[in-house]
Write a protein that binds this ligand. Structure first.
Ligand code: WT7
Length: 632
């Protein structure tokens, strides 16, 4: 790849070129991919609508870039190495040739099931190789996948299925995660009670748990595969701007939104960012511990890695199973060269001390990365000292579901790292800081809201079925800018440090959760009058969830009512949204106009009660006193 940045000088040169002539810059990157037909115009954009199009009228199929392109030179190279949950089961390797064959055959299964270009396919599977196979098979025939994280409840799945108008579901009987067997198909069955439009469910058999298979609707993955023989199903020709996938994510309003990514722009930026940030070399084994149900897995387990001809090491289970040394065993067993994980995982492993590291070599590692939330200095140094042994650069990568790929990060071994800082923008990314009024904040040693002022190839194109929502969410806060929702500090050297969300979005163990979503779920519980949910600093999770709840009458058995409410939240959203703390209160601090003063609730949740800030607009100061007294 001759777009790989090789020196600090080249970084500066490429960055300057990407700003001076973005079209020329991205055309020279895009030329290194496989196109059925080249584009006419590199970029057309208008952030007000928003309307962003890259590589206009270009024709391609991303799977030809991920698979076919590599067959001649890398056919026998592992594309995916899969490590199962249990240590007694053998691992699996899929070479590029085998993955290509598998994807083509499963694409034929989808086509035989009636899937057409543009159809939305819901994928709800555990971390098995068949999950990337399902995604790539969709892309092969031009269907739009919508992967739903295995931790979401039936209700959440039903909402997403309905929002996307999906008629097809691909799932597993169950999933192994640590000591648990999770009944995925059962959850799908519950979801489908509310989704009569779904006409086909393809079930991959993983755990052999008992499942209900409905005649005419549900079929087994392995049986369907036996019926096809296509080992080279031709790829559908896609337009550059055809949607590749939808991925639902939480915002500051109640309902998760379907972030839509396009084919060509996403492909180019996913690959460009992967190759550069991690300084990928031939033979690298890239171990990303994210779940494919999140954007990190889409980009840096599947598309970016495969487009670059890399080897993706994927792990089915959890870092602490069967013990807290598992990740290090996997690194040694498969000689991983790059490890990409989340600060929350590092903190939870740190808590087990150094004993789980005894006897692990970790000498194959070359580059370490973190993603998903700000990393505290203690975790950064632990990662550097004990995992990287002070010889592996750590890249702190800031990005979002909506950005498709890494936006701010140091470049491994090439641009400097600074603990707690995502440091500098990648070429093509033009970050700016603005104040509340949207005025640009110039200079260094300044803080503001982080915006991006120019499109990059993998920017969100729309929110599925509701373009206006995309505009109001990202492009309306500050005219002419993409607003990230994050607060940010730019230090005296121009390095960026993300300080966290400035909207009502929480980041719990690297999972993004909207406070309004949790409140809606709590308010569905019988007897609840009103609730307010805020985040607070949590040692392990980064942020914990604190819920203040008003009941029709104060519960006699608060612990029992709390457990019931948590059960409702698990049903409505999933266990990941369960509050860590619940406090029953008689009232919430409100302004005279009836707005909840969350700032005060956050301060109380964090125990910062000495300085509650301006409370002069409070309708009833007595409420605050009561809440402070009853803090849990
Ligand atoms: C939010 C996006 C990007 C994949 C995983 C999360 C936070 C992400 C960092 C980082 C500080 C980070 C931001 C962002 N975030 N990376 N390196 N340092 N904060 O994707 O679920 O769309 O969440 O995660 O607050 O807005 P996501």
């Amino acid at each position: 790849m001759n777009y790989q940045i090789k020196s600090y000088e080249q970084y500066q040169k490429d960055y300057a070129a990407s700003v001076a002539d973005p079209q020329g810059f991205w055309a020279s990157v895009a030329e290194q991919f496989v196109w059925r037909k080249k584009w006419d115009t590199v970029l057309q954009w208008d952030f007000l609508k928003p309307d962003v199009q890259w590589f206009i009228n270009g024709k391609l199929n991303i799977t030809e870039n991920c698979l076919d392109r590599h067959l001649a030179a890398l056919g026998d190279r592992p594309a995916i190495i899969w490590e199962p949950n249990g240590t007694d089961e053998p691992h699996r390797v899929l070479t590029y040739a085998q993955l290509h064959d598998y994807v083509c055959r499963f694409a034929a299964v989808l086509r035989n099931s009636g899937v057409k270009k543009g159809d939305r396919i819901c994928i709800y599977m555990g971390m098995v190789p068949e999950l990337p196979v399902a995604m790539l098979a969709c892309a092969r025939i031009g269907a739009i996948h919508s992967v739903i994280f295995g931790g979401f409840s039936a209700q959440s799945i039903a909402d997403r299925l309905q929002d996307a108008g999906s008629e097809f579901v691909i799932t597993c009987d169950g999933a192994y995660r640590g000591p648990k067997d999770i009944p995925l198909k059962n959850t799908i069955d519950d979801a489908l009670a509310a989704c009569p439009a779904v006409k086909r469910v393809i079930v991959y058999q993983r755990t052999h748990c008992p499942v209900s298979m409905i005649k005419g609707r549900d079929v087994w993955w392995h049986e369907e595969l036996q019926a096809v023989s296509e080992s080279n199903l031709p790829a559908e020709e896609m337009d550059a701007e055809d949607p590749l996938f939808i991925l639902y994510t939480s915002g500051s309003t109640g309902k998760p939104k379907g972030v839509v990514h396009s084919t060509a722009g996403y492909m180019v930026y996913a690959t460009y960012s992967f190759v550069n940030v991690f300084q990928v070399q031939p033979g690298d084994i890239h171990f990303c511990t994210a779940d494919i149900g999140w954007i990190t897995g889409h980009t840096y387990i599947v598309y970016g890695v495969l487009c670059a001809g890399g080897t993706s090491l994927m792990y089915e289970g959890i870092p602490t199973y069967p013990d807290a040394g598992r990740l290090w065993d996997i690194v040694d067993k498969h000689q991983a060269t790059i490890l990409y994980t989340a600060p929350t995982a590092l903190r939870s492993l740190m808590a087990h001390g150094l004993q789980p590291l005894a006897g692990k070599s970790l000498s194959s590692l070359r580059v370490l990365g973190t993603v998903g939330e700000p990393i505290n200095e203690e975790a950064w140094h632990w990662y550097d000292d004990h995992i990287g042994k002070n010889r592996c650069p750590i890249v702190d990568t800031w990005w979002q579901t909506e950005t498709g790929g890494i936006m701010l990060s140091n470049i491994a071994g090439i641009t400097p790292a600074k603990p707690g800082y995502a440091t500098l923008p990648l070429p093509g990314i033009q970050p700016v800081l603005v104040d509340e009024q949207g005025t640009l904040i110039y200079g260094n040693d300044v803080s503001g809201n982080l915006c991006i002022r120019f499109p990059w190839p993998s920017i969100v194109r729309t929110t599925y079925g509701d373009h206006e929502r995309c505009r109001t969410n990202y492009f309306a806060a500050y005219e002419g800018l993409y607003f990230t929702g994050d607060g940010c500090y730019r230090d005296e050297n121009g390095m960026y440090r993300i300080t966290g969300r400035v909207d009502d979005v929480l980041n719990v163990s690297g999972h993004r959760i909207g406070t309004a979503e949790v409140e809606n779920a709590i308010n569905m519980h019988t007897g609840v009058l009103e609730s307010a949910v805020v985040g607070y600093l949590h040692d392990l999770k980064g942020q914990g969830i604190y819920a203040y709840i008003i009941m029709q009458s104060m519960p006699d058995d608060a612990a029992h009512t709390q457990a019931d409410i948590l059960q409702t939240i698990t049903r409505v959203i999933g266990a990941i949204a369960r509050p860590d703390k619940v406090q029953f209160v008689h009232g919430l601090p409100k302004t005279r106009s009836g707005k909840i003063m969350r700032r005060i609730l956050r301060k109380i949740a964090e125990g910062e009660t000495d300085n509650l800030g301006d409370t002069s607009t409070l309708l009833d100061p007595g409420v605050v006193e009561e809440i402070m007294q009853g803090k849990v």
